[in-house]
Design a protein around this ligand. Sequence first.
Ligand SMILES: Cc1cc2nc3c(=O)[nH]c(=O)nc-3n(C[C@H](O)[C@H](O)[C@H](O)COP(=O)(O)O)c2cc1C
Length: 269
Amino acid sequence: MSNDSTGKTLGVAFVLCIVCSIVVSTAAVMLKPLQLENKLLDKKTNILAAAGLLKTGADVEALFSNIDVKIVDRATGLYLEANPGLEGWEKSILDNPAAYDQRKSAKTNGQFTKLTSDQDIASIRKQAKYATVYHAKDSDGNVETIILPVHGYGLWSTLYGFIALKTDLSTVVGLGFYEHAETPGLGGEVDNPKWKGLWPGKQVFDAAGQLDISVIKGAVTGTTPNAGHKVDGLAGATLTSRGVHNLVNFWLGKDGFGPYLTKLKAEGV
Ligand SMILES: Cc1cc2nc3c(=O)[nH]c(=O)nc-3n(C[C@H](O)[C@H](O)[C@H](O)COP(=O)(O)O)c2cc1C
């Protein structure tokens, strides 16, 4: 067949398409486990960073071995293991808590609850019945930090991250996001170490045990009243800042980890 014939041109293009699609799909399938592994490693890195435990050059897996992964029934605040006689998907979570994917569960029928518009201040619509919490322990095995996953809508995207609290359950150890699509230089400044550095030491509950933490518009100064409960908003990114304020208040509140934190306050960590 002549090189100039329509049939040969279409034939070559077709074969090329098939070969390329095989190469691309083989690469995608083969790289999937590696991608998942890297995603998990990134999540662990962020959990350690929120807890202030990340050291440059240190082995993330080794550091993470000091962290207990626990599953909490969000509505009651009880650990899943305290619930005997579980079956099906709930039993499978208990069999391997570290593999439980709260984000996937929030999208799986029968595993989430829908939030009413009054409840949904973080604009997440649905919430997994079970939540993962992390306990970072010191070298003697005592819990030092509680790390809670948080997420909520900013301006363009849902921000996913972690907030870490001391065992007084009010002092912030750190806050960080591992996934969002806010604008770099504006809402994306949630990743700026300087802004993240404003969080440690802030108190999320007041003396009476009421939730009291705000991301304000502008900067917290020496004369700002109640400054220990306030964090600077991001300049030019009021909407993302408001999103962070809302998600922190949602997850530490009654429809988030409130029942769990109340239980820990009553019974000890
Ligand atoms: C291209 C573009 C991207 C923006 N990205 C963000 C963003 O990621 N987060 C945010 O809060 N505001 C973002 N803004 C700005 C908002 O539209 C809004 O003006 C801002 O949040 C108000 O903040 P300010 O009161 O501090 O000025 C963006 C604006 C433009 C034009």
